[in-house]
Design a protein around this ligand. Structure first.
Ligand code: ADP
Ligand code: ZN
Length: 432
């Protein structure tokens, strides 16, 4: 069963037809309403009318996070202030928060995308959905809230934090679906264990997790600890938040709502379009946005696209796991890696908990990587200095073998590291 029979099983030709039409409309609209696009198009020597086929999109200039920053706050807003129905913003960890605006129609479209997504993951009318993303300027909670409500399931808007209360709510109200970041789901699972709450005693069956990477290893941990199927969704504030894509139960990539977001993969260095299936940077063009139309947005997220029809019957194109964001990629001693790769190696060890921080420091002139990681309490209780040193050596060797870089591993006592209630901080850079 799919939410939107018309769109989710469309033939490739029909989808391309819709996308081409909507792209042309978006370009005309953006060009007419926004000085910033007129300037960009002029500089590239291109007119909206030059784009005849969807492939022509590669001739258009990109939009970047810097463009949005330089035009703060309203430079990309195509509607009069009175037509803005809602605003959200990114966390703004690197400078001013990036605002995003929605008209009434944008909110309806967002709602439709999120209903489609939650339905794809398996949410149905009789579900009880606990939204443990933080309700703030951040888009996550509100997006999930809209979608679940549209399906007709029950929404429990707990927001994140107060973890013991989250668990009591699950018990009291028979929560079946948990919506939160993967790292917060781990925090919840850990608290359940401390409270002596057995997963079998809960009605929980599904987790929908996004806003940060989750390795397959972490997925297995979550599924095991919470007794759920754990699926990932994807989105980013600049494009309106979650609602871009989601995994179906086949767990074979994220179905993209490509009637709303046209995806491309480009070489992150050169910006050249890459052939189907190759890994590179995900780029999206919005096809129906009114308040903030975005043309060829460089997400900085690294993945690939897969056009094959999925086992679930959906024809919507899929992207693979997000390996990480180009600006989160670490380059140490000439070796490139993403924090999620470290997570995969660590969680392959049964005695290791999904609690770790990667510290970057300088040793002399060289960069040094130290990973602080917790082990299970069972391991810790029976450990000696010798056994820890042996174990540390094994983990270090495996990291060296699989990532190609020597990193120092330091086992720390259980509960030493800060617990996440939203996006986990996995990297601390003390090199300056
Ligand atoms: P900020 O940019 O301030 O972190 P956002 O919420 O807009 O705030 O973050 C969006 C980013 O989060 C995406 O560009 C991507 O890097 C990451 N992200 C979101 N969902 C996923 C996911 N399922 N897997 C991996 N990364 C994700
Ligand atoms: Zn599928």
């Amino acid at each position: 069963m799919v939410w939107d029979e018309m769109i989710e099983r469309l033939s490739r030709d029909e989808m391309t037809h819709i996308q081409t039409q909507r792209l042309q409309e978006t370009l005309r609209y953006a060009f007419e309403k926004l000085e910033v696009y007129r300037q960009k198009f002029d500089a590239a020597g291109i007119q909206p009318g030059d784009i005849q086929a969807i492939e022509d999109i590669s001739q258009l200039p990109f939009t970047t996070k810097d463009d949005l920053r330089h035009n703060f706050p309203y430079g990309f807003c195509a509607v009069p202030r009175a037509e803005i129905a809602r605003m959200h913003a990114s966390s703004g960890t690197t400078g001013k928060p990036t605002p995003v605006f929605y008209t009434r129609n944008d909110l309806d479209h967002w709602c439709n995308c999120m209903a489609r997504n939650c339905f794809t993951a398996g949410v149905r009318e009789n579900d009880v959905c606990q939204i443990a993303f933080r309700y703030t300027l951040f888009t996550g909670a509100f997006g999930h809230h809209l979608g679940v409500e549209q399906i007709g399931a029950t929404v429990i808007p707990t927001s994140s934090g107060q973890t013991e209360r989250q668990i009591r709510m699950m018990q009291d109200f028979g929560t079946t679906v948990l919506h939160c970041t993967p790292s917060y789901a781990i925090t919840i699972a850990e608290k359940m264990r401390q409270m002596g709450v057995d997963k079998q005693s809960l009605a929980l069956r599904l987790g929908i997790h996004g806003a940060e990477p989750m390795s397959e290893e972490l997925r297995h941990e979550l599924e095991d600890r919470l007794g759920i199927t754990s699926l990932r969704d994807y989105g980013l504030t600049e494009l309106g938040g979650p609602g871009i894509s989601i995994e179906c139960p086949a767990k074979a990539g994220f179905h993209i709502n490509e009637d709303y977001f046209y995806p491309e993969i480009v070489d992150p260095e050169t910006g050249q379009s890459l052939p189907n299936g190759q890994t590179g940077e995900l780029v999206f063009t919005t096809l129906q946005k009114e308040a903030v139309p975005i043309i060829r947005y460089r997400t900085r997220d690294i993945t690939h696209l897969d056009r094959a029809v999925c086992d679930c019957g959906r024809t919507l194109i899929r992207h693979g796991s997000i390996k990480g964001r180009t600006d989160d990629m670490l380059i140490i001693g000439g070796v490139n890696f993403f924090p999620s790769q470290v997570e995969s190696v660590l969680l392959d060890f049964a005695d290791i908990e999904p609690q770790y921080v990667i510290h970057l420091t300088k040793k002399g002139r060289r960069d040094h990587v130290r990973i602080e990681v917790e082990t299970t309490q069972d391991y810790w209780k029976n450990a000696s200095d010798d056994s820890i040193s042996g174990f540390t050596g094994k983990v270090e060797t495996k990291i060296k073998d699989l990532i190609g870089l020597r990193m120092e591993v330091k086992i720390v006592a259980p509960f030493c590291l800060a617990r996440s209630e939203g996006k986990a901080i996995r990297v601390v850079d003390d090199r300056e």
